[in-house]
Ligand binder design. Structure first.
Ligand code: IPM
Ligand code: MG
Length: 366
């Protein structure tokens, strides 16, 4: 009997809609060729949901996510909704999903494809072969800490957010980092600001404690400001970076530029059960609806979904190989386009990946 996976799909806003469309083409091909079925159910979140129902995170969407094996998400937000109260901003949906699904571990692989070395703003010798896994804690830190808000005190407004981590929260993300390290190069850099922030001194202490159970793994601690510099100066020194929610948010955008474009980076958000998969880029309202967005980050997110939620490692690798083949053949969306390569739109890029994916699957089955 075919195994069936329930997939909740939330395209969201802006280019989210366009890149999800391309990613779903791959799922269709996979369902047609592999011994697996995907029951894809669409839901509304973000600005699109707000416009339709007055809330960015409708209860039906949460139920849909909770009742699925995995969530595939595009992006949320845009200038149209920026003036709204925090409680109904599109981003609440994303944060709500992370919180309600308990997705505390955000895996953000930063991999430089050989074909894109020249697309990086950094020198080829600095970026060639870069393969970093940023593991970002996703349900704590300033993003969720209380108290929070803007209030009046002594006749002036004060803005407050709280950086809080329990040792349990740190321990479980550290475990993910060390277990992942055992399957990679056995090297972890833990990033904090322990010279100033007590909460991250605790981070450093607990990560060190967890490391004692992994004597084979080489652990280094690094302050976040130094890490920001090292990522540009010598990214090859990193294999796994494990860090807090806010630092991970910032460092992963920075690291994305090593690859030439944020349009190349997928992510997986994992909890005790379930998983959510999304490109790390945003909704990019400035280029939405123009068929120029890069769908590869979302397509690579589908690969991560197969790997982590469907235990289909082979399928995941086929998608990654298909992306590589398309790049090798010279197809480029605008963000990674360079002289001598072929400029294609979002849909055409998706079609090219499908074509290569079919070839690889046929070759693999014969
Ligand atoms: C990300 C995004 C989100 C975050 C925003 C859209 C809330 O930047 O996934 O990196 O800050 O986590
Ligand atoms: Mg971000």
């Amino acid at each position: 009997m075919k195994k069936t996976y329930q997939i909740a799909v939330f395209p969201g806003d802006g280019i989210g809609v366009e890149v999800i469309r391309e990613a779903l083409k791959i799922l269709d091909v996979l369902a047609a060729t592999a011994n697996v079925a995907f029951e894809v159910r669409h839901g509304l979140i973000g600005g699109a949901a707000y416009d339709a129902s007055g809330t960015p995170f409708p209860a039906e969407s949460l139920d849909l996510a909770l009742g699925s094996d995995a969530v595939l998400l595009g992006a949320v937000g845009g200038p149209k909704w920026e003036g709204l109260d925090y409680s109904v901003r599109p981003e609440r949906a994303l944060l709500g999903l992370r919180e309600k699904l308990g997705l505390f571990a955000n895996m953000r692989p930063v991999r430089v494809f050989d074909e894109l070395v020249a697309a990086s703003p950094l020198k080829p010798e600095v970026v060639r072969g870069i393969d970093i896994m940023i593991i970002r804690e996703l349900t704590g830190d300033l993003y969720f800490g209380k108290p929070r808000g803007i209030r009046m005190e002594n006749g002036q407004r004060i803005g407050v957010n709280t950086l809080v981590y329990t040792e349990e929260e740190i321990r479980r993300i550290a475990l993910v980092a060390f277990e992942t390290a055992m399957k990679r190069k056995k090297r972890v850099v833990s990033v904090d600001k322990a010279n100033v922030l007590e909460s991250t001194q605790l981070w450093r202490d607990v990560v060190t404690e967890v490391s004692r159970d992994f004597p084979e793994v080489d652990l280094r601690h690094m302050y976040v400001d130094n890490c920001a510099m090292q990522l540009i100066g010598n990214p090859a020194q990193f294999d796994i970076i494990v860090t807090t929610n806010l630092f991970g948010d910032i460092l992963s955008d920075e690291a994305a530029m090593i690859t030439g474009s944020i349009g190349m980076l997928p992510s997986a958000s994992l909890g005790v059960t379930g998983g959510m998969y999304e490109p790390i880029h945003g909704s990019a309202p400035d280029i939405a609806g123009q068929d120029i967005a890069n769908p590869l980050a979302t397509i690579l997110s589908v690969a991560m979904m197969l790997r982590y939620s469907c235990r289909m490692e082979k399928g995941a690798r086929c998608i990654e190989a298909a992306v590589q083949e398309v790049l090798r053949a010279g197809f480029r969306t605008k963000d990674i386009h360079q002289e001598g390569t072929m400029l294609v739109g979002t849909a055409e890029m998706g079609d090219e990946v499908v074509k290569q994916f079919k070839n690889i699957k046929i070759a693999g089955n014969s």
